[in-house]
Design a protein around this ligand. Structure first.
Ligand code: SF4
Length: 448
């Protein structure tokens, strides 16, 4: 019995290269591979992976079952890929964040959906399939994920030289736009520290990305984890909230354990916007500049993210965020427009207010990466999309990169400093490549 795993791409412009920063190893597939038994009732089970972000899919591959991991951005492409296999009579199972948020929609495009985390139902689903009793829907439990990924499925694939190691899932907060908080009902689930250590020890690369929706959701747990991984002598990056800067001991332990870069969602500098997005905890933490300084003084670089499209956003707020990012010489920053992910509180509010340009932007034929899918209050959708693009351009301009590079020299290790140039130059180059990528299309695909 053979299983074909597929990771769909967001889309690709004809004749252009795949986008470099969209090529991280897909950890979920390695977890599913680990959960797949080597045999079912004495029949050998084999697996293959096609990563649509880096290679063409062989639609003629000899296989019994296709499993597609779907995010909202890749839903349309995932559904098109599923259709091609189903034409051949091959059943398709789909799972992932988007499938959990929209199971009824996904059920129209495949034979079975996995809602929630797959760990507790994967084995059951395979057994049912083997016996010809595949069910329409499997619902997984949230908390169970004490499994070690089998990364042998990545052999021969071209991914960025960074090992992904999962440390936790979910987040205690309830930001209005966030699909994570919706998926995990504002709860955080930490993973066993022993398994994390094992995963790190098996890593092939010098850099590790600790995959966690909010690494500092539970300070005590985070502190214990950092102490545990310190002897492993790695360099790592992760993501968390600014709350870490309120805890000097935590910052010290983070740095000691090898933290070089932390992604922090500032989202907005505007008080009313933060209130509206239910992220006022960013305000209550205290003076923002001082907290940023503490993280930098601890020797940790910041990947700052901002989001625009809340009701108080206009040209001024985008400019303010850009100036703030330049003032602090962040290691890097993202200036994104807001995207209403299905079934989030944000999506429901915009729908009620009749402000969605497309009901389902992720399926819309004319929707492109970088475009807004709703009407902001104080500025047009087109103008805001352009302002985000210009802010990225300005932040990646040679003068700004140079100034940030020198600031980073004093903060991060020499290793991360050399990576700074490679990363920032690549991000700068990709700004226009990413803009207007047609969602769900891969126009270079060979006709079959
Ligand atoms: S803090 Fe981050 S992960 Fe947590 S709910 Fe808000 S946006 Fe989502």
């Amino acid at each position: 019995m053979k299983i074909t795993f597929i990771v769909p791409a967001i889309g690709k412009k004809p004749g252009q290269k795949y986008i470099g920063t969209w090529k991280m190893e897909p950890l979920t597939i390695a977890v599913l591979k680990a959960l797949t038994p080597p045999e079912i009732e004495n029949e050998t089970v084999t697996a293959e992976l096609f990563d649509d972000r880096t290679e063409l899919i062989d639609y003629d591959t000899k296989t019994d079952l296709v499993c597609i991991s779907v995010e909202t951005y890749t839903a349309k492409r995932g559904y098109k890929i599923a259709a091609k296999f189903r034409e051949r009579g091959i059943p398709v199972v789909m799972g992932g964040y988007h499938i959990t948020l929209c199971p009824e929609e996904a059920a129209e495009y495949c034979d079975s959906v996995i809602v929630g985390n797959a760990e507790t139902v994967w084995g059951r689903m395979l057994l049912d399939f083997y016996h010809g009793e595949l069910k329409k829907r499997y619902t997984g439990e949230t908390a169970e994920y004490e499994i070690q990924p089998d990364k042998s499925i990545f052999n021969g694939k071209k991914y960025l030289p960074v090992s992904l190691v999962e440390t936790g899932r979910g987040c205690i907060h309830s930001c209005e736009f966030c699909s994570i908080s919706r998926f995990y009902n504002s709860r955080y689930y930490s993973r066993s520290h022993d398994l994390i250590v094992d995963d790190i020890q098996k890593s092939k690369h010098r850099y590790t990305f600790l995959v966690d929706d909010n690494l500092v959701a539970d300070h005590e747990n985070a502190m214990r984890l950092f102490e545990k991984i310190t002897p492993l002598n790695i360099k790592w990056a992760g993501q968390g909230t600014l709350s870490m800067a309120k805890n000097p001991n935590l910052l010290k332990a983070m740095k000691k354990s090898g933290c070089e870069i932390i992604l922090i969602g500032f989202e907005s500098l505007n008080k009313e916007n933060l209130k509206q997005m239910n992220k006022s905890f960013n305000l209550s933490l205290g003076e923002r500049d001082e907290l940023v300084k503490r993280v930098h003084d601890a020797g940790i670089g910041i990947y700052a993210t901002f989001v625009f499209g809340y009701d108080n956003d206009d040209e001024r707020t985008v400019e303010d965020a850009l100036e703030f990012a330049k003032k602090h010489n962040f290691y890097t920053a993202a200036f994104n427009h807001l995207l209403p992910f299905p079934n989030t509180a944000l999506y429901n509010r915009l729908k009620t207010d009749n402000r969605l340009i497309y009901d389902k932007w992720w399926l819309e034929e004319n929707y492109h990466y970088g475009e807004l899918s709703f009407e902001p209050k104080k500025i047009s959708a087109e103008k805001l999309s352009e302002l985000c693009r210009l802010a990225r351009k300005e932040f990646s301009a040679p003068k700004t990169v140079l100034s940030r590079g020198f600031a980073s020299m004093g903060r991060t290790s020499p290793l991360m400093w050399s990576l700074f140039w490679a990363m920032n130059l690549r991000l700068g180059e990709e700004i226009d490549q990413k803009m207007y990528v047609p969602i769900g299309e891969n126009l270079d695909e060979l006709p079959k």
